[in-house]
Design a protein around this ligand. Sequence first.
Ligand SMILES: NC(=O)c1ccc[n+]([C@@H]2O[C@H](COP(=O)([O-])OP(=O)(O)OC[C@H]3O[C@@H](n4cnc5c(N)ncnc54)[C@H](OP(=O)(O)O)[C@@H]3O)[C@@H](O)[C@H]2O)c1
Length: 353
Amino acid sequence: MRSFIHLSRLPHLSSRVLTRSCLPISAARLPVLRFHSFTTSTFKMTDRTFKLNTGADIPALGLGTWQSAPGEVATAVEHAVTTGYKLVDGAYCYGNEDEVGQGLKAAFDKGIKREDVFVVSKVWASYNTRVEEGLDKSLKSLGLDYVDLFLVHWPLLLNPNGNDDRFPKLPDGSRDIIRDYSHLETWKQMEAVYKTGKTKAVGVSNYSKKYLEELLPVCTVVPAVNQIENHPALPQQEIVDLCRERGIHIMAYSPFGSTGGPLFTAEPVVKVADKHSVKPAAVLLSYNLSRGSTVLAKSVTPARIDANKAVIDLDAEDVKTLDDYSAQLTKEGKLQRFVYPPFGINFGFPDKQ
Ligand SMILES: NC(=O)c1ccc[n+]([C@@H]2O[C@H](COP(=O)([O-])OP(=O)(O)OC[C@H]3O[C@@H](n4cnc5c(N)ncnc54)[C@H](OP(=O)(O)O)[C@@H]3O)[C@@H](O)[C@H]2O)c1
């Protein structure tokens, strides 16, 4: 199953990150990343970056802010950014961008420079026909004049004139979705906002291979990023492979299986963690890093925010253990997708057919 691929074919990977110009890979996986400056088995992910197709660097680790409660998220963002995190992932839909902005401001007041933090936001589905308006709202909440990356959160249209700004519903309680809509229209607007300079890069989120194959032949700006759920119980290898071929960087979300971290107790994850005397969180973060992806870890707990900076250098045996787990779940039809809002739309994910 192993093949060799030259790193020049991985344009989004920072050459700083890798010491070898040719690595054995299993499918699109980079099994062992060697780092210049670390001789022990753990290292800080906050120092690592990948390269986007815009030429910009994107940090390897980001702080997630989904479900980070009011009263907690500003402190979490401030703590993360002042202790080394260089990426904060947010979204209009999370309803907490004001507080994310407060946390950023507190960090800037302590001397962190705006240009040293990579800020991500997303246009929510009820704004998919009003992309610039959505971006302006996020910028206002965040207190910024640009974001580093703006993503299409989900490729569907919720009624922009519905009974709620974010989650419009029909009288029967179901989601108020406009069916006569093409995600390609939203992408045209993303290309337009890119030109305004209010975002340094544009990308997508929750795009399956099918949706990317619709978008890529017609876009004039190739998305810089596809942000997708990614962990050993949902490797989504077909998307990762296509994105790598087309120079689209993967941002992995819900690396722990989302709220409560259900993947911390998955037996193969525990096995690798025990072998290296680290917590399962470190294995799950390292898994995504070993695939050449940026990974987003959400926490509002300072000690966990600190702990999530440390990752390990997975060896070939670890990669095999985790890949075998993925293969077994795939074979049994037991892949686990933890984040799938009830839109009732077929987004083209093989596990949701
Ligand atoms: N594009 C999209 O559609 C999309 C969808 C989902 C997520 N995301 C992004 O990805 C981010 C991460 O995903 P997620 O929030 O779903 O979940 P996640 O990061 O996989 O897991 C978060 C959970 O793990 C806990 N946790 C964090 N670090 C821990 C540690 N070291 N030890 C034990 N528990 C730990 C957190 O608890 P505490 O907070 O209580 O510490 C929280 O309950 C989101 O916040 C968001 O920014 C994007």
